[in-house]
Structure formats: C-alpha cells, structure tokens
Design a protein around this ligand. Sequence first.
Ligand SMILES: [Zn+2]
Length: 273
Amino acid sequence: MTEIKYIGHILSASGLKPDEEKVRAVVQLPPPEDKQELLRFRGMIQYLAKFIPNLSEMQARKEWVLSYYRRSFKEEISCTDELLFKAEKLIVPQQLRQEMLSKIHESHLGIVKCKARARDILYWPGMSTQIEEIVSQCAACNENKNSNPREPLIPHPLPGRPWEKIGTDLFHHKGSEFLLWVDYFSKYPEIAKLSDTNSRGVITSMKSMFARHGIPDIVVSDNGPQYASAEFKTFTESWEFEHVTSSPKHAQSNGQAERMVQTIKNLLKKSVQ
Ligand SMILES: [Zn+2]
C-alpha cells in the first residue's frame, strides 16, 4: 500500500496531496444559489487552500484589483489577461513602479517629455508627481533644461475629471467640528460632522466619503496634526492616493478648500438666521 485516504486527503510517499475525487467534486459543484450553499462551497474551497502555494498573494492581488473598482474612475477600469487597465493605460502595481520610473527617465528627456510619454500608456495614483521628483533631481535632465520646453507655470492645473483631486479642511461651527471636502474639478463641496478631530475620526469620515464618490488621486490638506500622523500615512498608502500638504513647495495648495470653508460657514450662518 503506497497511499492512505484520510478525510479528503491522500497521504502518500511524496507527502500530502489533495484527493482527486474531492477536487472533481469541487469543480463539478453547481454555482451556489443561497447562503447555505455558498457556505458549503466556501468550506470545500477552504479544504483546497493549503494546496495553493501563493493563495495569500492571490488574495492580495484580488484586493488590489477590487480597490480600483472603488475609485472615482471605476467606469474606465478593465481587466484582461491578468492586467489591469484604466481606459487604454496600464495600471502599474506598486512593486513595479520604481522600475517603471527608471524606464520612463531612461532617455533623460526632461520633466515635460517624460510625463507626456508616461501618461499616454501608464497610470498609477501619483505617477506625475513621482516623475517630477525623480527628474528634478537629475543633473543630466537639468543641464538639458534650456533645450527642453518649459513646464507651463500654472500652479494648479484643472484636473481632467470630477473627484480626481479634492481639497479638505476642518472647521468649527456652533460647538461642533466639521470636515469639508471640495472637488477641484466641479467645485462640488461636501461636509460631514466629525465625532472626533483626531486622525482616526478624519480617516473614518474620509472612508465613508470615498465609499460614496470613489477614491480620488490627490487629497490636498493643510499641515494639521490629523494629516501628519503615521496612521494617516498608512491610510494614504493602503488606499493608494497622493496626499499633498500646503508645504512651502505648494504654498497655496489648499486655498480652494480654505475659501470653500468660508463660503460654507457663511451659508450655515445665514441658514440659522
Ligand atoms: Zn535625467
């Protein structure tokens, strides 16, 4: 005897392997139609999980793909042959972005051409800013700067679509704290009452806003402690959006949100008069 069948497993000289009969049963299982059938189905799959060596990797990838269906441009997303696209552009996974940045920068064409070249075929949240960073630090690109067309001097170009870039700010009104968002494209504002003004409170509120409108590419805020915490940084990384603060480099970045706060406050005042 070389093999022993033991509750759905086969113990053999070459180790543990799945019982083929059981695998066949799983494959032939009709699609589950109610909750009970679904639970049974999940149980059967769980049994096979230990024979799939990179299951957690596959699950992480599935989560990553699903996260793009939660973004504001979800209508443009498609998936073919394991590749994820935003319209015609390939969405580059995190592990490959550094390599892609080097490739984009390979021929030292300067910021404008590098960005234009990349934008036609590739996408990931924050790609343009990362190209700017890497190219601006390159001596060769800087030397050739004069022979390259200059980046137009528009500090905040209009985003290409709604909910791509949003500004956010906290404000106080009649004993309560509020969080405001404003979309840079449509100027659409939204406010929510905060249960807590710390990072966690702001993150919770942002998550529910993202669930309604999708995850934006860029969030602009001031340097408030809520946005400077490690917790907030982890949030930006796991939800993959770029966080820009009104640092000296982007002096008036949050102006849009700050102006909107004034407008909203005036509206609130008038509404209670
Ligand atoms: Zn260069």
